[in-house]
Design a protein around this ligand. Structure first.
Ligand code: FES
Length: 283
């Protein structure tokens, strides 16, 4: 059992928790993820590590409540315990001096870009960050990203904050402005990473994406997270999660991610948790 020592609500349905897990902070690096099991009947949920405090052995995770498991996770408070947290998993991001890096985070992909941007900046890169959200109420980590970036551009779909439009619009503007770009990193919804990769392919800009495939064991054994990259089968949990965006078969990934949509909805609809969530909202 792992104690939750910090909890913050960052935006609607987006929460941060700090969990005592020194076995994870000991080895954590930017780009790694953890697998969380909320209670003894819970499923395994892969979540990217947002930050960690090695001295205190605390790992910080930011998640959006979208399904039954993340809603259950969101109900836990400081002092409560997670049934299990394992990791760090995945290959960490290859931090080196690339030059000028544009790093793009979409929605709850933003927590994943924070430690990468921080370490890239420390390694002497110029870091230009683009953060995309649906609307102003969902904007998170603006201050934190500004502290690790040379420039931050925020885009909202409805124009309620920052630039109106998508992250690809902001990226296109940088390209038109002849900003020197040596590497693009995009983390967020698959459709966003696909759009970024389609755009950067036109300009021949090297692009790395982080794939959030369905995961079960996270150790390369179940095959649940398989993706096709450059015509080859890869397991995103052990071969990734970072891959060359120009080689990823995004359409196949989108199809695989939608395979359990009905089950997830069923789970949400019938889970008695719904009642508890409503009660919680009224507190
Ligand atoms: Fe099972 Fe990757 S999650 S092989």
């Amino acid at each position: 059992m792992y104690k939750i020592v910090k909890k913050e609500i960052l935006a609607k349905d987006i929460k941060l928790i700090g969990v005592e897990a020194p076995h994870i902070t000991y080895n954590a690096k930017a780009g790694n993820f953890v697998v969380v099991i909320v209670d003894e009947k819970g499923e395994r949920v892969p979540l990217t590590i947002y930050d960690w405090d090695k001295e205190r052995g605390i790992v910080y995770i930011i998640f959006m409540e979208v399904g039954t498991s993340t809603k259950k996770l969101g109900l836990l408070n400081e002092g409560d315990y997670l049934y299990a947290i394992a990791g760090p998993f995945g290959k960490h991001f290859n931090i080196q001096n690339y030059g000028n890096v544009v790093i793009i985070g979409g929605g709850v992909g933003t927590p994943a870009i924070f430690p990468i941007a921080r370490d890239l900046k420390k390694s002497g890169n110029k870091v230009l960050s683009i953060m995309g959200f649906r609307t102003k109420e969902l904007v998170i980590l603006e201050k934190e990203m500004k502290s690790v970036s040379d420039k931050v551009i925020i885009a909202t779909n409805d124009g309620s904050y920052g630039k109106k439009g998508l992250v690809t619009d902001a990226l296109q503007e940088l390209i038109y402005e002849k900003e020197k770009i040596d590497l693009v990193i995009a983390i967020g919804p698959v459709i966003m990473m696909k759009a970024v990769s389609d755009l950067t392919k036109i300009y021949n800009l090297k692009t790395i994406v982080s794939l959030n495939a369905i995961m079960i064991d996270a150790t390369g054994m179940c095959g649940g997270c398989r993706v096709t990259v450059g015509g080859e089968i890869k397991f995103s949990c052990v071969d990734g999660p970072d891959f060359d965006g120009h080689l990823v078969d995004f359409d196949q990934l989108l199809l695989r991610l939608s395979a359990y949509k009905d089950k997830e909805q069923e789970s949400l609809t019938y889970c008695r948790l719904n009642k508890k969530i409503e009660e919680n909202k009224n507190v």
